[in-house]
Design a binder for this molecule. Structure first.
Ligand SMILES: NC(=O)c1ccc[n+]([C@@H]2O[C@H](COP(=O)([O-])OP(=O)(O)OC[C@H]3O[C@@H](n4cnc5c(N)ncnc54)[C@H](OP(=O)(O)O)[C@@H]3O)[C@@H](O)[C@H]2O)c1
Length: 282
């Protein structure tokens, strides 16, 4: 095992993804410490955010959003050793990404903007794909650590680029699931069987890995959470903010976000975001 892999790494945020990444880092025999706002009872869990990072070389955030990242960073800033690197894997707003980078620089710490694609199963299998914004030499120093939880690591230029790419690609995913929901609802209302519709989409240019993942469970009304509706709504809001900053009108995601908002308000926030189809369920 290389010297890099015995690095002390702290995983902060033990939700769907962080918990699985922490497991994989531990399986790779890395020195892992974890922390979660709500105690999870893991053996490697520290009693406080400050304890969790006190001797860390690498701190990895798998937190919900920008608010969570700022709150947690404020809790740990006085305990970060100079030379530590913060890897932010949470999907957050661009402003918070820039804020984290600036705060790290001021403390003499390094920072990489590295959100990911891949969901619960990919995280379990160590097959996420990280988009990485930041210094490429820094990325190469930490690539081996990123590859414990990922099948691919894609450099995308400066800090902030990965955040923008992640938010823009999630806009495409939310819009795709909204379109699949509308198509399925129309087909069903006109007597087309779910299996016929699934096969038709599969053989059509509009078919995709996402359609193949989500349609079979949507037709069954099963919404086990891989990526929550609440988190997809958050990312739609980040996308609308980025559009507004660039003076762009994005009516598609605006409509999808308002549907997601109503479903979240009526109790579906913690379901998978494919619960978008619930808008058509009786
Ligand atoms: N799941 C996916 O498929 C997927 C795919 C790509 C990107 N992402 C992104 O990766 C990140 C993690 O995703 P996830 O699915 O693991 O999310 P999740 O299951 O919703 O977990 C969110 C985590 O953030 C913590 N948190 C929330 N607010 C906090 C606060 N104010 N202070 C401290 N901790 C806070 C939660 O702690 P508590 O347990 O205390 O609530 C939990 O550990 C999110 O940004 C998500 O958008 C997820």
């Amino acid at each position: 095992m290389s010297e890099r892999l015995v690095t002390k790494i702290t995983v902060m945020g033990l939700g769907i993804i962080g918990s699985r990444c922490a497991d994989n880092l531990a399986k790779a025999e890395m020195d892992v410490r974890t922390w979660n706002r709500t105690v999870k009872g893991r053996e490697d869990e520290a009693p406080s955010a400050m304890d969790a990072v006190s001797d860390a070389d690498v701190v990895a955030f798998y937190l919900k959003d920008g608010v969570a990242c700022r709150e947690v960073f404020d809790q740990i800033r006085s305990c970060l050793k100079s030379g530590v690197i913060l890897l932010n894997h949470s999907t957050i707003d661009l402003e918070t990404t820039q804020w984290l980078a600036g705060e790290c620089e001021a403390l003499g710490c390094a920072f990489l903007d590295c959100p990911f694609t891949g969901s619960k199963v990919a995280a379990e299998n160590g097959e996420l794909v990280y988009y990485v914004g930041g210094d490429e030499k820094l990325l190469e120093m930490y690539r081996e650590i990123l590859e414990v939880t990922a099948k691919e690591v894609i450099p995308v230029g400066k800090v902030g680029n990965a955040t923008v790419i992640k938010v823009a690609t999630n806009l495409v995913s939310a819009s795709t699931v909204q379109a699949l929901s509308e198509g399925l609802a129309i087909a069903s209302a006109h007597g087309i069987s779910p299996d016929s519709f699934i096969s038709a989409v599969d053989g059509n240019a509009c078919g995709s890995v996402l359609a193949a993942m989500k349609l079979p469970t949507m037709v069954q009304g099963e919404y086990e959470t891989h990526f929550s509706l609440d988190n997809m709504l958050k990312d739609a809001k980040f996308a609308m903010q980025l559009a507004e900053n660039a003076k762009l009108k994005t009516p598609g995601i605006r409509t999808t976000a308002s549907v997601m908002q109503s479903l979240c308000d009526s109790g579906s926030a913690e379901l998978d975001y494919s619960a978008l189809y619930k808008q058509f369920e009786q």
